[in-house]
Every structure is written in C-alpha cells, then in structure tokens.
Design a protein around this ligand. Sequence first.
Ligand code: UD1
Length: 417
Amino acid sequence: MQKLEVFGINKLKGQIDISGSKNASLPVLAATLLSDKKIYLRNLPKVKDIETMINLLRSLGSKVKFVKKNLIIDNCNQNKKFAAYKLVKTMRAGILVLGPLLAKFGYAKVSLPGGCAIGSRPIDLHLKGLSKLGVQYKIDQGYVHAVAPRGLKGSNIRFSKISVGATENLIIAACLAKGTTILNNCAIEPEIKDLTSFLIKLGCNIKWIAKRSIKIVGVKDIKQIRYSVMFDRIEACTYLIAAAITEGRLKIKNVIPNVIKTEIDILKKIGVKIVTKKKEIKVIGNKKIKSINIKTAPYPGFPTDLQAQFMVLLCKADKESFIQENIFENRFMHVAELNRMGAQIKIKGNKVLVKGNITFAAAELMATDLRASVSLILAALTAKGRSVINRIYHLDRGYEGIEKKLKKVGAKIRRIN
Ligand code: UD1
C-alpha cells in the first residue's frame, strides 16, 4: 500500500495551478446519461473518483475515451440501467446516476451507497424527491429498484434539509420530466451552479427563480456540446492554508476568488495576507494567526470539506478556537491523529476546542477520509522531521497530483510503497 513521506519543516514558495473540481465533474458526468449525443468535457481532475465514475458510465453502456485534454462521452447506444455495488460502494456520488437513468428509461437498479467513515449519509431525500416525480421504488438486497410507470412528471418539491447530492439528482431527473418542476430549499454550492450551466448548454430549460429555488421545464431534445468544469474550490483553499501554515508565499492560479469569498475573508481575519486578481490569488503566511470560531454550513457558509484543514491552521493560532461541525455527524477522525502530533484538540459533541500555539511533532499517521488525509499533510509540513501518512488512497480520490504540486513549491514530500 502506498504512503506519503513528508520531511518538515517546509516553507512553500511558488505557483500552484488548481485542477478541475471533482465535486463538479461527478454530477456533470452522471448528467451526460441524459444525452444520446457526443459530449466533450474538459478540465476533469485526474483523481480516483472520476475514474470510478467513468467506469460506472462504461458499465452502463457509455463509450468514454480521452482525446488529448477532452473526455468524449458517447451515449448513442447506452442502454444499461444497472449500477453495481462494486462501483457505487467506493464513491457515494454513484447514486447520481439514479436520476438520469429514471429520466431516460423510466427504470433503474442502483446499489445503495451505504455508510461511510464521516457519517451514515442516507439517500432518503433523493428518493422522496424522485417519488414526487412519479417514481415508485423498493429497496431490496442493498439495491434501489426504481420505476416510473408513466415516466417522470414535473412536480413541486421542497427538500426538508439542504443536500448537495439530492439537489443534483433531482435537477438532472427533472430535465427530461414532463412539465414543470420547482425545487425549493436547494443546495446552492458552486458545483450545483456549474451543473445547471452544463445542463442549460445541453438544451435543458432551467431557471433559478429564488436564492434556493429552481424551475425546470422538461425538454425532449439534448444537444451535442463541449463543456469545461469549474475549478476545485476545496483544493484551492487547501493550498491557501498550506501557504498560511508554513508562513510561505504562493500564487494560486486558475481560480475565481469570488467563489471562495467566505474562506478568503476568514483567512484575512485571522491574519493571513491575501491579494486577489481576476483568476489568481496571492497568499502570504503570517507568523501570527488569530483564533476564530467557525461553524460549517451549506454554501455560502463555511464548507465541511475544509473543516479538517482549518483545524490544523487554528492549532497555530494565538488562542483557543472553536469549530462546530453541522453537516456530518462523524467528521472529527483527524483529531486523534493530530493530537498524536502534539495538537490539543478536545471533542465535545459536534464541537471541537482547538488549543493554539501548538508545535507539531512528526509522526507515523493514518489517513481516515479524503479531507482528513490532507489535514495530516498540512500538519506534517510544519512538523520537524519525518512523517509518514498511511492509507493515502483516500487522498487519491480527490487531490490531483498533490505530492507533485507540493514538491514544485518546495515541500519535501514523496510517495513510497
Ligand atoms: C457533497 C460533497 C461532499 C460534501 C457534502 C456537503 C460531492 C461528490 N460530495 O456530498 O464533498 O462534504 O456535499 O457539502 O459533491 N442527507 C440526508 N439525506 C439525504 C442526503 C443527505 O439526510 O438523502 C444528509 C447527509 O447525511 C448530511 C447532509 O444531508 O448530513 C448533507 O449531505 P449532502 O449535501 O447530501 O452531501 P453529499 O451530496 O453526499
């Protein structure tokens, strides 16, 4: 099994190009199932989850190939409606094929994604929403068997809780449903706006009618298009934190700073120097980091996917900070590992108390999930000596070439077997 070896302390200096967004690419890939024409996608990140989604599409009969920087997806003969456990189990976003398959064929059998390390992560909101569009389903032997006997029919739906995945599944499904669908209390993460931009380009009739409401009128005709997915905002912020924590200086390229305004404002508030341009951010770390209290929330709030990385930074703050996790019930698994490195973080329910002024000590570490893994790298960059991070397959799910990018800006990091 591969590991990462990091020799700290590293001060990062230079330029990092941000990859395409994993979380934007996954729903866009699932939504290509709506089409029976060729779709050309660009800027997909080279990460494991994208590979898994491509394999899932292939298993459904899509022809998918890379030609230079384009991923060409040809669904002319796509006719399978069965998404197997072995593909969906490793990546929850596999459930996103349910909506488009039902919209296209009126039938689908898709594996339940099951639990995951950060929480139980049910799909009840996806299923409730789809039922309102005329879907009948049963769950049998770990699979959702879903059928829409009279096809999908537009409806008025209010999500009882904000969910990124359920919003995406329902948006995609409603594009081919008969009549008008109104979705209320939608997630409005930038990746969802990217998905709707993609679908509109495909010829779908979609309009945001209020901050969290969207109107979709079903269409029959889908166009052949080219689309480039948005930048990865979580990757971008991870590198902003990497510069801040190592008191380095980085230029972060291929980003739209306004999309990560919440995170930039917090970084500025705690003392990190940040200068934004149209598609670039300059970040200069400061010796002094001020403490702050943070609560995770749906966009435009502070993202749960950056909670672990910010926690590492706040270990360096001048005083104690609080972080409250409001999205997932079990997203503090990095805490035990960080404490092994000398952090003093106490968990109280869904809150943590992060003691400041910590000097991290190098250690052998275990990655537990995608964002937890990267938080360990951040801590290792500031810990004197050799740290080894095990189970980095979590990291490979979502960070394209992280060790290459970090090495380029001065980190002493390498992959070992
Ligand atoms: C997506 C992101 C993930 C991010 C999360 C929250 C992708 C591929 N993944 O995950 O990186 O951390 O948004 O920003 O884009 N819930 C239910 N019932 C449901 C669905 C969700 O109760 O049917 C709950 C979840 O357990 C969780 C909360 O709603 O507590 C938010 O989950 P959701 O927004 O759906 O996350 P994902 O789409 O799985």
